[in-house]
Write a protein that binds this ligand. Structure first.
Ligand code: PDD
Length: 287
């Protein structure tokens, strides 16, 4: 079965899909994106993802490529054409195609839009949840507007690659003051000795993850106390439990950070409880 992508108005074979060589996303990383999970043929938290897309576009003064209803229609089409039941879609909007020049192109330049979709393997995700993952820490070296979900991800790419080369699945950015920021593509959480769940406040220092926001609803429902509070790398390594969240993985337990084993080295009960309740509470939109 061949994969299908949506590129600037057309559904095309994924293998042959392409954008112009002077797309500003390609030349300047001048664009934004969203990744959204699909489970049991339901799009998870679509409204929140589109609201965040709206914010990212507004922050960079890029116009919507089409109206929101039309975009939802196209997303559904891409998911259907790729027969996605459990997987994700990736959506990217850039400032469009123009002769290379740092300043914004002329008014009326059409933003570019690409949407792709793929199935993921639930067995691989289940195995990671059962075993937990290893993470490394790296020094924060990104700009201070990581709250905007831009495609400018070079520090994240290098951090993830460093993790991989050390046998880890995620790299956690640590601020100059020793506090934990977020993962290369995830938000980070810890459970303290009192059983309180801590996560960094979503100011300009991290991306306000959609999974993070929904997890707060879930925690309230299952009776887990949350505090939005910065914590140090030492606190994190001494935690009862650490986990990371993202739309692609929901909630992976972290059982080792650098050379330090977290708690008893096994996934904790809080992440499991949250994972089990997550889909009941998240918004679900049928494809
Ligand atoms: N990344 N922080 C960063 C830096 C991220 O890139 C992501 C998501 C998150 C979690 O956000 P959400 O819960 O909305 O997925 C936090 C996506 C999945 C990616 O780049 O593939």
């Amino acid at each position: 079965m061949s994969r299908i992508a949506y590129v600037n108005g057309s559904y095309v074979r994924h293998a042959e899909a392409g954008v112009h060589i002077e797309d500003r996303g390609y030349q300047f990383a001048d664009g934004v994106y969203e990744v959204c999970e699909v489970r049991h043929a339901m799009i998870v938290d679509l409204t929140r993802h589109l609201d965040r897309l709206d914010r990212s576009l507004a922050e960079l003064r890029i116009a919507w490529p089409m109206d929101r209803r039309a975009l939802v229609h196209v997303i559904r089409q891409v998911l259907k054409k790729n027969h996605v039941r459990n997987g994700l879609f990736y959506l990217q909007v850039t400032r469009g195609v123009a002769r290379r020049d740092h300043v914004f192109p002329a008014d009326g330049t059409r933003p570019s839009i690409v949407i792709t979709a793929k199935n993921t393997n639930p067995a691989v995700i289940a195995a990671k949840n059962a075993k937990g993952i290893k993470a490394i820490t790296v020094a924060e070296n990104r700009w201070d507007r990581v709250d905007i979900k831009t495609v400018g991800l070079l520090p994240n790419v290098l951090a993830r690659q460093a993790a991989k080369e050390q046998g880890a699945a995620e790299a956690i950015f640590i601020d100059a003051d020793g506090t934990v920021k977020e993962g290369a593509a995830t938000n980070v959480w810890m459970v303290d000795q009192d059983g309180t769940l801590l996560t960094r406040p979503a100011d300009h220092g991290i991306l306000r993850g959609i999974t993070r926001t929904t997890l707060m609803d879930v925690a309230a429902r299952v009776g887990i106390t949350i505090r939005e509070e910065s914590f140090s790398v030492e606190q994190m390594k001494a935690a009862r439990e650490v986990f990371i969240t993202a739309a692609t993985s929901i909630c992976f337990p972290v059982v080792q950070i650098d050379e330090r084993t977290i708690a008893n080295g096994h996934p904790g009960s809080v992440s499991q409880k949250i994972r089990e309740a997550f889909f009941d509470i998240a918004e679900k939109t049928a494809i």
